[in-house]
Design a protein around this ligand. Structure first.
Ligand SMILES: Cc1cc2nc3c(=O)[nH]c(=O)nc-3n(C[C@H](O)[C@H](O)[C@H](O)COP(=O)(O)OP(=O)(O)OC[C@H]3O[C@@H](n4cnc5c(N)ncnc54)[C@H](O)[C@@H]3O)c2cc1C
Length: 383
């Protein structure tokens, strides 16, 4: 369907598609198998200015919005969700600075992120603080001109490969969520190290690792905004990036759909291509409907965010839930269309199915997103 993209948006889409087809697809199975970080592809993305897409021009970026980011993320995810996660998590790590950072912080960090020189990561989750994000136990205590960080963050995408980390830590336990603050911590800071690297079901080209803070001292200027703003910064950041998780869902679903459709035209049983069987056609038809609906919602919410509206938490949660549930269903059905071949590593759909599952879990599970939508509905009903 024509989404009436501008000439520039079509260029972004085509360039991301070309990188996905020429650079990502040929190596995705190997990266997945070896659990290898895609350094070469990060370089390709940097050379094509993809890291600067969402960063304002005054800080070295291209100054584009949520729609352009969604377009790029969808195309990369069609190639490999692990690589797209690495790219998207860099945006997640950058948004706290972009939304709430001081001009000095923006000048110091954004140009390097925009050029792809330094990758970013976002660290909220801990062993005892997953969905209950306000329960973080990592502490940050002010000691003259420095904050001293102690604690462990769990399952952080780009952990170890990123150079710039935005961290949510507790500065006043008595105040709960209002007692959290956000900080920038650079790789190499004494007292900051990396722990266990996870061995995952899917998105294996993406690194997921522990961050360990042991009396890690950072300048007090590294606080983002002010004390007590951590939870708000985290929630607003996630509002801005969740539509991108939806775009990841659209991309991986599209990739699986294309492989399954091609296979269905080439595989013969009972003397005819399996696509001639109505049961197979209906599976493919449902996949096509769901992908188009998911893309339409992701693009509509992206445009809504780009319009400058202030509150879009409900809409970005809707896009995330719908498109990622579609991704799970479509990738499972793609395997079904392909029968035993879909289950084998000769074809990419088994990887896509393994990869898709995480989309229903990270950046807030789909149950939590439904809670967010439900709370918004209660507010709307009370108006
Ligand atoms: C591969 C991967 C990469 C990740 N990358 C990052 C990252 O870069 N940065 C980061 O900070 N975090 C990251 N995470 C963490 C991720 O955001 C959390 O896993 C997620 O928020 C859920 O937390 P949890 O896993 O602890 O699940 P839990 O909170 O323990 O939830 C378990 C189950 O209970 C349900 N549940 C919990 N509370 C409720 C409730 N109130 N209502 C209804 N259902 C509920 C959940 O929906 C889920 O089904 C990553 C996770 C993974 C798997």
């Amino acid at each position: 369907m024509d989404y009436f993209l501008s000439e520039e948006q079509v260029m972004i889409r085509d360039l991301a598609r070309q990188i996905a087809e020429d650079k990502i697809m040929p190596v995705r199975a190997e990266l997945d198998e070896k659990k290898e970080f895609p350094w070469d592809i990060m370089k390709d993305l940097a050379q094509s200015d993809f890291f600067g897409l969402f960063i304002p021009e005054e800080y070295g970026g291209l100054g584009k919005g949520c729609l352009e980011l969604s377009i790029a993320v969808e195309e990369l995810s069609r190639g490999c969700l692990g690589i797209a996660t690495t790219y998207a998590a860099n945006a997640l790590g950058t948004f706290p600075i972009l939304l709430y950072g001081s001009d000095e912080q923006k000048k110091k960090y954004l140009p390097d992120v925009a050029s792809g020189k330094r990758l970013a990561a976002f660290a909220l989750t801990e062993a005892n603080a997953g969905s209950d994000a306000a329960g973080v136990q990592t502490t940050a205590k002010l000691d003259s001109n420095e904050y001293v960080l102690n604690g462990t963050k769990q399952w952080i995408t780009n952990g170890g490969t990123a150079e710039v980390y935005t961290i949510i830590a507790m500065t006043d336990k008595q105040k709960g969520a209002r007692g959290t603050s956000a900080f920038i911590v650079e790789k190499g800071t004494p007292g900051f190290s990396f722990g266990k690297e996870e061995n995952k079901m899917g998105i294996r080209a993406s690194v997921t690792r522990e961050l360990i803070f042991e009396n890690c001292r950072i300048p007090k200027e590294n606080i983002i905004s002010r004390k007590g703003m951590g939870f708000i910064i985290a929630m607003k950041t996630l509002d801005n990036t969740r539509t991108g998780v939806g775009a990841q869902g659209v991309g991986v679903a599209q990739g699986a759909f294309e492989v399954a459709t091609k296979y269905a035209t080439e595989r013969y049983q009972f003397g005819q291509p399996i696509i001639s069987f109505q049961a197979v056609q209906h599976l493919l038809a449902d996949m096509a409907i769901q992908i188009e609906a998911a893309r339409a919602l992701v693009f509509a919410v992206s445009r809504f965010i780009d319009s400058g509206v202030k509150d879009f938490g409900k809409e970005s949660a809707e896009a995330k839930v719908f498109a990622t549930d579609v991704a799970m269903k479509v990738t499972v059905d793609a395997v079904q269309v392909m029968g035993g071949s879909g289950y084998m590593k000769e074809y990419p759909v088994e990887k896509m199915m393994r990869d898709a599952k995480v989309l229903q879990i990270y950046e807030g599970t789909n149950q939590i997103q439904r809670n967010v939508i439900g709370q918004a509905l209660i507010k709307e009903a009370a108006k």
